[in-house]
Design a protein around this ligand. Structure first.
Ligand SMILES: [Zn+2]
Ligand SMILES: [Zn+2]
Length: 388
């Protein structure tokens, strides 16, 4: 069978799963679970793979809600990355229900391809993309050692074959002051909240003089107990992001200086910890991106090149892309004003346009699997990865 016939068959296979995929997506959407708590989503996705004849391993890399679902046992091994975690209060405002289910649809539709062309499909269920970086643990556990290529499609407001990402480091910070009656004996107190506010102000000043593509942002998670007690403790979480590791390291020092300065000024003691999981930059494989682009265009979608002014975030797919040729593509499910991480985008992730995005992402990935399994193509993808 030639490639085009196989692509028609694989698209038809996605269509034949349409009702189940949409239902699965809506179930995950209607039951939003935070990072590393995705028990239902992980259970629903893995049972879909078991029912579809995949070999399923749950709890890989020491993460209870991670999984691996495999079909085929030959090389090349193509990984499709599933995400399924949600955001606090906003639910699926990042549309990860569509990422998880489009990977499932593409994988199941690729069974005929694997039967015919060899190779394997490996769906990596990667929890906690929002802030906890599940893929970082999965990479460290060696789950990508046997993998040749990896793909992920993220819903957004544009169709793009690649997306860049910032390096991102997380800082947990606390100030320890001394409590006192805020009216009776304020002179006896050391105000930990004031220290935190000073640090925020210092960071706001720093922000005027950093590179345009770097980002520093945080929230206060503890600001005291009551207005009539001088706050003895305050806490915050900050994210520091930059285009490269060198500038990130420079910024991390400067951000920490803001907290140290606030500690000196108020007398509140500073405690801090940079988290171990650092989100890596995205190294997109342009050979793979070109194939995905053609396949997505063949579905009648207008595909645009990545525009950095469109907005840069961070993704733990970046860490995968450092060890395996990868793409982090996007599929349009909402108008450009519906920005991700908003309730509007959460609504889009359960809309007709969201369903269509899910199906098109699954089809484009499944068609790209067929391309990747052509021997000259996989060689070219590998060459590009090792040359840059
Ligand atoms: Zn997100
Ligand atoms: Zn996301």
């Amino acid at each position: 069978m030639d490639i085009e016939k196989l692509k028609l068959k694989t698209k038809a296979s996605v269509e034949s799963q349409k009702q189940q995929l949409i239902q699965l997506s809506l179930n995950i959407h209607d039951n939003p679970e935070l990072a590393f708590e995705e028990e239902k989503a992980s259970a629903w996705l893995t049972s879909y793979f078991v029912d579809s004849g995949f070999h399923v391993e749950r709890g890989i890399a020491g993460l209870a809600t991670a999984f691996r679902a495999t079909y085929g046992d030959e090389s090349p091994r193509i990984a499709l990355l599933a995400e399924y975690d949600a955001l606090p209060k906003i639910g699926h405002g990042c549309g990860h229900n569509i990422i998880g289910v489009s990977a499932a649809g593409a994988a199941v539709a690729s069974k005929a391809t694997i039967d015919q062309l060899g190779g394997s499909i490996v769906v990596i269920g990667s929890p906690g993309e929002e802030g906890l970086g599940g893929k970082i643990d999965i990479v460290k556990a060696g789950a990508f050692r046997e993998i040749d290529v990896a793909m992920l499609v993220h819903p957004n407001t544009k169709n793009m074959p690649t997306e860049e990402a910032l390096v991102c480091s997380t800082l947990d910070v606390e100030f320890f002051g001394r409590p006192a009656h805020a009216a009776g004996h304020p002179e006896k107190g050391i105000n930990a909240l004031d220290a935190m506010i000073l640090a925020f102000t210092a960071i706001n000043s720093l922000r005027q003089h950093i590179r345009g593509d770097a980002r520093i942002h945080g929230i206060i998670t503890d600001g005291g107990e009551a207005p009539n007690i001088v706050p003895a403790h305050s806490a915050a979480v900050f994210l520091v992001r930059a285009l490269d590791y060198d500038y990130l390291s420079e910024l991390k020092d400067k951000v920490l200086n803001c907290f140290t300065g606030a500690s000196v000024a108020t007398g509140a003691k500073l405690g801090h910890k940079w988290r171990d999981r650092i989100y890596a930059p995205m190294k997109n494989n342009m050979t793979l991106a070109g194939l995905f682009r053609q396949n997505l265009e063949s579905l009648g979608r207008h595909v645009e090149a990545f525009d950095p002014h469109f907005g840069l975030g961070s993704t733990d797919m970046g860490n995968v892309s450092q060890v395996v040729p990868s793409i982090h593509a996007t599929i349009a499910i909402a108008p450009t004003e519906a920005l991700i991480h908003t309730p509007e985008f959460a609504a889009a992730a359960a809309s007709q346009a969201g369903h269509q995005g899910l199906l098109d992402a699954a089809k484009a990935m499944a068609m790209t699997v067929i391309d990747i399994l052509q021997p000259e193509v996989i060689d070219k993808i590998r060459q590009e990865f090792h040359s840059g």
